[in-house]
Design a protein around this ligand. Sequence first.
Ligand SMILES: *Cc1c(COP(=O)(O)O)cnc(C)c1O
Length: 701
Amino acid sequence: MSQLHDRLLRLSQNLWWSWNDDLDVIFRAIDQRLWREVNHNPVAFLRLASEELLRSKEGDATILAQLLRAEKHLEDYVKSDKHWTSWNAPALASCPVAYFSFEFCIHESLPIYSGGLGVLAGDHLKACSDLGVPAYGVTLLYRQGYFHQQIDGEGKQSEVYNELDASTVPIEPVRDASGAIMTVTVPVAEDTLTAEIWRAHIGRCQLIMLNLSEGPLLDRVFRLYGGDKTTRILQEIALGVGGYRALRKLGVRPGVLHLNEGHCAFAALEAIAERMDRTGLTFAQAADDVAESTVFTTHTPVAAGHDFFDAGQALHYLRPLQARLGLSDHDLLALGRVNPQNPHEEFCMTVLALKLSRRANAVSSLHGIVSRRMWQTLWPERGATEVPIGHITNGAHVDTWLGTELSRMYSDCLGADWREHMCDPIRWRRIEQLDEFQLWNIKVILKQRLIDFVKRRTQARYTRLDQHGPLPQLRSDALTIGFARRFASYKRAMLFFQDLDRVKRLLTDPARPVQIIFAGKAHPADEPGKGLLRRLHELTQDPELRDRVVLLEDHDKNVSGHLLEGCDLWLNNPRRPLEACGTSGMKAVFNATLNCSTLDGWWDEAYDTKNGFAFGEGVVFADPAQQDQHDADALFEVLSQRVIPLYYARNGQSIPLEWLSMVKRALKTLAWRYNANRMVMDYTRHMYLPASGTQTAHMPF
Ligand SMILES: *Cc1c(COP(=O)(O)O)cnc(C)c1O
């Protein structure tokens, strides 16, 4: 192998490249087409690139210089201790955070995420890396991942699972001194699960992944959200118990245990059992200690988002853990029940997490209110406002969601060191000076790139279906709306089409054309969600709408990125108050794409009447049909009365100055706050430091 190959391979082993441009520049210079084909994945590129190709570039001075630069950058980044944590939370250095999550999105080549929850976890870990917070992500390595979505000629979704080829992603098994792959075992019921410990380097941090071995019961365990309740409880025991054991085996003693959503709450039980084994404490004492260092984040008010297990099933699979904890059936089940005396109540992972942690939070201000009300039954002696669940609003990891073109523009306008001042509202005021002509023309280029992407994707789908219809003709001068997220019912993907005639008039106005691009997967078991997809697909076949409404298959991080940068407007219309936070709209802000959303999740606290658009006024009706009609009318009104006129009001150079001034205002008022650095700083100050016991505990909420 060439020396160039080996040096690039070494660099590609740290997923820092998923939010840093250094490698992008090099691979683009080696073979731009191959680079695009492999979706900007350097490991896959090096697998496919011929030796001649790489040898032929060995003497290329530009590439070699860039390679040296990339090596130096990575080394400095990983080794430097001049980071935020050094100055603001030095005590954490000896108290690493174990961040457990059922899904993680780092890059689309590692499809172990389904939507916002995984994206948030990945963004959290990347921000921990950037800020120097010592953190280990812990999750399962789903070898068949989350499904790839195919939509057939009738609009029917099918789920395709591909076996992960570990040689095309930068993940590796962890080996002991003798070179053997390290494993953990997890007793469940009368069996034992075995898993290899794998790892990915995420900048300064690591993502620990358990690779489960084949075995009885483990039919669908290699898929994310692909199985039944049995699969799910096995996965959750594997993640919680196995994940905690893996950390201990690697010599990591977590100073803080962060449970990202209830799925991973068994980790706290394992931590308690381990503490009892090690110190001889009773369950009550050990549980108290563990709770003090455990942080729990709840992510949804939607019932289906909380795991419930039948009591018999929970007892069956938890037997070995129960023996170590020395708990009776009643006492074990009580940990997952609101009312321990009710034998019919199911075992709930959210209840378990709330009972085993001393610090809990929701993910937006509104979601905090909703969660306190939702879980008040656990604190019957308190009023809703005294329920101890605070909130830390989510944030998006900016370099993950920002393309090169816009990030260069920010560097020019805000100063080259703007990343170090990401959370400083004063710094973001400089965005006022952004040149409108430049901003607008970059957005037009990005929109054209999106349109080309849509063409390629649609062409590939037609080829697969052996279909020969014309490709949708999108226009780079039309107001372009994006809607991309999971097709969960409460997100109401079809609200836009509530009154079809009205929408047709709006979309096909020859003077002020509008087009809308959708993408999203329905959960494999979600028949109503699949129904929405089918209906949407039918609309894309309507001759009047075919060049105005597009549905992209197989929504993932890559599709999401193209849409966020290429669209003008980001539509979000969840049924209030069911969207706990929503993060795609934050990514839109950084991409100079305006938000148009119901007042739910983060938008309820972020909207200031001039930094984007809101509709529905936050009114909540008891009847969902009435709610939908009301919100659809309000959406139509804001589009026709405000959005479209503003977008098409042009100056002499055909630039929509007022629109761009709103874009700037969005950046100025929102960027400093709704980014992942601010989020991780909040977690560190308000949760991690107090939980680590390294400073006097204080609860700011
Ligand atoms: C950001 C993101 C989401 C979350 O979108 P919401 O609007 O918050 O639901 C889902 N899927 C992907 C691929 C994303 O990038």
